[in-house]
Write a new protein. Structure first.
Length: 647
């Protein structure tokens, strides 16, 4: 068996630079922090922690010391926050990432719609988007680019670890969706060389081993590219994960590593592979018998037959700790579920997910780690179980439900057994400004995109709401009748009226039907979101239009004017309108009385504004009332004569 190492593997320039800068800072300050893990490699982060370099997730708990910006970089606002807190700062952002940030900021300032090709949740992409005041659009592939609307100017750049083919595919898709397109290939040349070297090697060998953090995006891409060649590929973090059966019958083995993998881990893996090679060379003639003997030994040691990586087994929770849960799966010792493997939703407290004595299904991740423990995952077991049901729901167009766990860039994350993405444009039938109102809620949705290999599940709540609206609309049109009163919600105000949702269809409430008095604009009496009772004036089934009235469900102020304003009484009102023949005085909303020119003064008056002005409050005597004709005649001079007589 021959072991071949890729010509480009391990630490890239940016990672080496970041670690060196962090270690130098650790020699000058006792309080050293990095915002998030300095690199995506748990073993390296652990060694850095021993030197006093502690990763933190939030600035709020840090009040002094030095903050190291990792090679992925951060948004402009984060830098301002660090400066505002008075912390010392070491900016170890990779120069290639820094260039992408500057380009994104420049394009944003010049009026371009910035598009970043990359992984939406990756910290590097989050940082680049931050330099556009969070206005950039992130696309993971050409398929997502097909849904982009047209823009006048688009500027495209890439996450530095993106495959070139994926970047170019997105560029081609967007080329016809704008008048002006600017493209910047910000992919790190070292990343491209590492990926090319890995693919080149994978095509020459019988098996590929890719070393790097399981949370490292660039290592995941390396593994995927190697698998795409058709060569069996295993992604591991450390040498302890290697299994001898992988190499049985293989003559050439390829070895490569991600940009966040140090040389010492690569060497450990290489040495362990050499040991396994020697074991294979010295294997007895009766291989089947020897393999069986080893399997029996492992089963006896674990008291659990047939356990291997990827198996799903049932166990009982026997202990809940701060950072892990112990589960009895029938082995000699309890298996360990790390906190991050409990649920697909963010979890700070294991007690929120499991309880002592609970029976759970778990997936075996490692039969034996560095400490001889069995490592397993409840999250992955739940996901495997859920994916079958989700695939069926996707194929049949069924409605599923899930709990919204958090707001992310561009939408919401929903727990449906796996983490599903609900885009902001599919949250509701109308635009939702504040998505955080949905966190913690259980929502119904349909699956509009399903890829079990990633796994990737994209949801649409909007589709469910629209289907329900169509059903409600049909029921409403079948049952609604003219002359009845319905409850509705004001959805939209216009200059000519308001649209009221009656439950599946919007009816028009014209401004002239809102009150018994003149309304200049609907906003004078209504607000969007108001629940009101409305009167059905007319129905046009062919056009699906409904006319509504509001004044019909409130008392007509003219019904009892003879009682309220009897002839001979003196009333107070405000002049609201002046006409050639007199002035109109509002006695109450919807009831106006007329003071004729002849009743304005004892002297001859040519125009009403010689005596009164709009907005003036006056006292007048009621000289005639005709409620059914909606007419009240008033006299200003008689009221003044009465006043003079009284004096």
């Amino acid at each position: 068996m021959e072991i071949l190492v890729a010509r480009q593997a391990g630490f890239c320039f940016g990672v080496k630079r970041a670690i060196k800068m962090a270690e130098e800072a650790a020699g000058q300050d006792k309080e050293i922090y990095s915002l998030g893990p300095l690199i995506h490699n748990r073993q390296v982060v652990a060694k850095l922690s021993e030197q006093g370099i502690k990763p933190v997730d939030d600035l709020k708990d840090i009040h002094s010391g030095t903050m190291v910006i990792r090679s992925h970089g951060v948004g402009a606002q984060v830098l301002e926050d660090i400066e505002a807190k008075g912390l010392k700062m070491v900016d170890a952002t990779c120069p290639f990432v820094k260039k992408a940030q500057q380009l994104a900021n420049q394009l944003q300032e010049e009026g371009y719609k910035v598009v970043v090709v990359g992984d939406k949740s990756h910290p590097e992409v989050t940082g680049i988007v931050g330099w556009t005041r969070d206005q950039a659009l992130v696309l993971e592939n050409a398929e997502e680019a097909k849904g982009v609307t047209r823009y006048n100017k688009i500027g495209i750049l890439a996450q530095t670890t993106q495959p070139v083919e994926n970047f170019l595919a997105v560029v081609r898709e967007l080329a016809g969706r704008c008048q002006e397109l600017r493209v910047f290939n910000t992919i790190c040349h070292a990343t491209g060389e590492r990926q090319d070297a890995a693919v080149e090697l994978a095509n020459k060998v019988d098996l590929m081993i890719v070393v790097g953090g399981t949370n490292s995006a660039n290592t995941q891409k390396l593994a995927r590219l190697c698998r795409d060649t058709g060569t069996p590929t295993y992604h591991i973090e450390t040498a302890s994960e290697l299994e001898s059966q992988w190499f049985r019958g293989k003559e050439k083995i390829g070895l490569t590593a991600g940009a966040s993998t140090p040389d010492w881990i690569i060497e450990e893996v290489k040495e362990k592979m050499t040991e396994l090679k020697d074991m294979e060379t010295n294997q007895p003639e009766n291989v089947e018998e020897e393999v069986k003997s080893q399997a029996d030994y492992m089963a006896e040691a674990l008291e659990f037959r047939g356990v291997r990586r990827g198996d799903v087994v049932t166990g009982t929770i026997v202990q809940v700790r701060d950072d892990e849960v112990l589960v009895d799966i029938g082995a000699k010792s309890e298996a360990v579920i790390p906190l991050r493997e409990l649920s697909c939703s963010p979890c700070d407290d294991a007690c929120q997910v499991v309880q002592l004595g609970q029976t759970v299904e778990v997936m075996i991740l490692k039969v034996e780690d560095n400490e001889g423990r069995i490592i397993c995952s409840k999250q992955k077991a739940d996901a495997r179980k859920a994916l079958g049901g989700l695939e069926q729901a996707f194929q049949n167009g069924e409605i599923i439900s899930g709990r919204v766990t958090e707001v992310v860039k561009g939408g919401l994350l929903v727990d449906v057994g796996v983490r599903a993405f609900l885009p902001a444009s599919h949250v509701d039938r109308r635009y939702v400004e504040k998505l955080d109102q949905f966190v913690g809620q259980t929502v119904e949705a349909k699956i509009i995109e399903f890829n079990p290999a990633k796994p990737r599940v994209v949801l649409s709540r909007k589709q469910v709401l629209e289907e329900k609206a169509v059903q409600q609309k049909q029921e409403l049109l079948a049952n609604i009748k003219e002359g009845e009163v319905r409850r509705g919600v004001v959805r939209r105000l216009t200059n000519f009226g308001a649209f009221v949702d009656l439950g599946g269809i919007d009816g028009l409430l014209h401004v002239s039907e809102m009150a018994w008095y003149r309304v200049n604009h609907p906003s004078e009496i209504l607000n969007e979101g108001d629940e009101i009772d409305v009167y059905v004036l007319g129905i046009d089934l062919s056009k699906e239009k409904i006319s509504l009235g509001l004044k019909q469900v409130i008392p007509n102020p003219w019904d009892k004017v003879e009682e309220k304003f009897p002839v001979g009484s003196v009333v107070t009102g405000k002049v609201v309108r002046i006409a050639p023949f007199g002035a109109f005085v509002e006695l109450e909303p919807g009831v106006d009385g007329l003071i004729h020119l002849s009743q304005l003064s004892d002297r001859r008056v040519a125009k009403a504004d010689e005596v009164v002005q709009i907005g003036q409050v006056v006292k007048a005597k009621v000289i005639d009332v005709k409620g059914q004709d909606k007419r009240i005649s008033l006299s200003l001079k008689e009221a003044e004569d009465n006043q003079a007589g009284a004096e």
